[in-house]
Write a protein that binds this ligand. Sequence first.
Ligand code: ZN
Length: 155
Amino acid sequence: MKKRKIYISKKVIKKMEKLTVKYNDTENGGYIFGKMNPEWVRVLDVSDAGRNAKRTFSKVEFDNDSLLEYVKEKLQINQFLIGTWHSHPRNYSLIPSKLDQSTMININNYFDSTHAPIFIITGIHDGNVKFSIYKINKFGEVIKDMNYEIIDCEG
Ligand SMILES: [Zn+2]
């Protein structure tokens, strides 16, 4: 399978940074929205974890019910749910935990292999917000995929 190129809008990076800093002592996260085909992924928006999300030091549980509204709004402008992101507490690594890996593999199973979801982990290191992008390879393993470019446009 050819490697897909990932395009991430500047706005998305800013929003993830803000949501990571806001909850820097716990995990936070949400859905990733955009468009994709077998050749590319365009990351156009991310959500927060939802009104009644549970954020702790080692885990974030999204409030999927409240996020559903946002998913519907996004669908109307042809932005689809294409993955999830979450932050790790300040100064912790961006490496997916065992729980992260099994969650990612689970979500991946809902998607077609030509339109596989992407996953982002953010964190604060030396005062700066960093991120790593992951995907599931054909062997069902979580691997890093930093083949990305930051874009200005919204669509
Ligand atoms: Zn994690």
